[in-house]
Design a protein around this ligand. Sequence first.
Ligand code: ATP
Ligand code: MG
Length: 544
Amino acid sequence: MKNLNKKTSFIHKIIENFLKNNKKNTLHTRFPPDPNGYLHIGHAKSLCINFGLAQQYHGQCNLRFDDTNPQNKHNKYISKIKEDILWLGFQWNNNTKYSSMYFNKIYKYAIELIQKDLAYVDKLKKSEIRDYRGTLSKPGINSPYRNQTIEENMLLFQNMRLGNFAAGTVCLRAKINMQSPCIIMRDPILYRIKFIKHNKTKKNWCIYPTYDFAHCISDAIEGITHSLCTLEFLDNKQLYQWILKNISITTYPKQYEYSRLNLEYCTLSKRKLKLLIENNIIKKWDDPRLPTIAGLRKRGYTALSIKNFCYNLGITKQDNLIEMSSLESCIRKELNMKAYRTMAILQPIKIVICNIANHIQETINILNHPNNTEMGTQNIKFSQILYIETSDFKENPTKEYYRLSLGKTIKLKYSYIITAHAIQKDKNKKITKIFCTCHLKNNNKKYSIIHWISKKDIIPAEFRIYNHLFTIKNPNIKNNLLSHINPNSKIKKYGFINKNIINNLKKSRYQFERIGYFIIDKIISKKNYITFNQIVTLKKNCKK
Ligand code: ATP
Ligand code: MG
């Protein structure tokens, strides 16, 4: 398996220096998901970085759920997040951690800040706090409550803790600098009141720490050495350091930022993914069109292909939009080596070979993989009635059309050359049959090759073809995300697969020759009616 590439990473040097400076140092990272949705491929990047670095440098990586916000339906998502991490092949250090495990300690550190006159209870309204904070071009203004005595603040904070204030009426703020050029440092909120039951701490608390306050303390408590996060936390770094410097904690994790993964035609934000579900555009988080780990798994992506994609990205500070084709090429590369080949017809049209009798059938033995004889062989049948793709025949072809048309000869893959000479239509003028003649002798001329299946070999199947969920490359920069949904992101086709697949059901991913890679949807497939999800086409823009 691949590893994180040092050449495309700025963090390796930092870690190597850290390890060199003190022989006792060991690397300790963490992956801190907010349990408010399923993991997506952006999280896979973060997992590959945090777990990948820990593996590479014989360190440790914690899994810590950042469950400071009690509003979320934590339990529902915690088990799904764990499932996805394990499926990707990562194993966290010791027990699962939760920020809520540290609520008592975090509370004590808040008191320590109050006692050092570095925090105060503010009674300004939410909107006033916002107005007083100023803007990038306008410095903030001190709150009138900023100069309360330590004793007053202690009493007020205890009353907050006891539930003697209504939600939103008071909050605890750090006393830093309302004129700071960094807005985050303008007396950030450390604790707010929420009369909401927490799934872990139940009704123990009616005040909850903010992400910024809880995160650095949790990192320090766990002995994290390198706290890796995405670039949007760059400004929060000052606060991260300020908090740790001003509380009596003895470990000093350092924060490093890297660029988030942005992927074409996708949204990688749990909030926006949730919006798609709430608006009924997508039913579930594991829809194969979503860039969630569960969606990609259902789509047929392997853990290895996802990790290879992430490792190829490197660890940089450049924000860019990654092409969907680079994700696709990772799975294509893997399946090209591993997937069994077979012929399937997604939109069938019937061929009648007129010079072959109905009872005749010929068995053809073909390789399961053209370059790997160890993958064995399979038998297919050639007989009078065959099916080909509707798109492989044209009644009125253009000059460039190279497949079957009346009077034209083509080669059936692994089999004979045939010439079409007549068609039959139904009352709606739809072609129902193509009559052909089969040439038993090959005249060594080169013909176009098409795939086919014999009627004697077929099982009905449903094929779900997926296209991009959004019509534009970067839907995230638009505020009307939902108006850029691709109406053709999921297309169902009804056709046939070769019976051989039934004997080979342990394998779930196949290459359908000339079409692409597909995976059996084991949950909805029945014995005699198999449903497939398209993983990826054979090549970018490959025409069916
Ligand atoms: P979302 O917007 O999807 O909720 P988030 O950052 O709020 O993203 P968290 O659950 O808090 O999600 O993220 C856990 C970790 O994964 C964090 O360290 C975060 O920086 C990282 N992460 C999230 N999205 C991406 C991404 N697109 N690329 C790289 N890392 C990411
Ligand atoms: Mg978050």
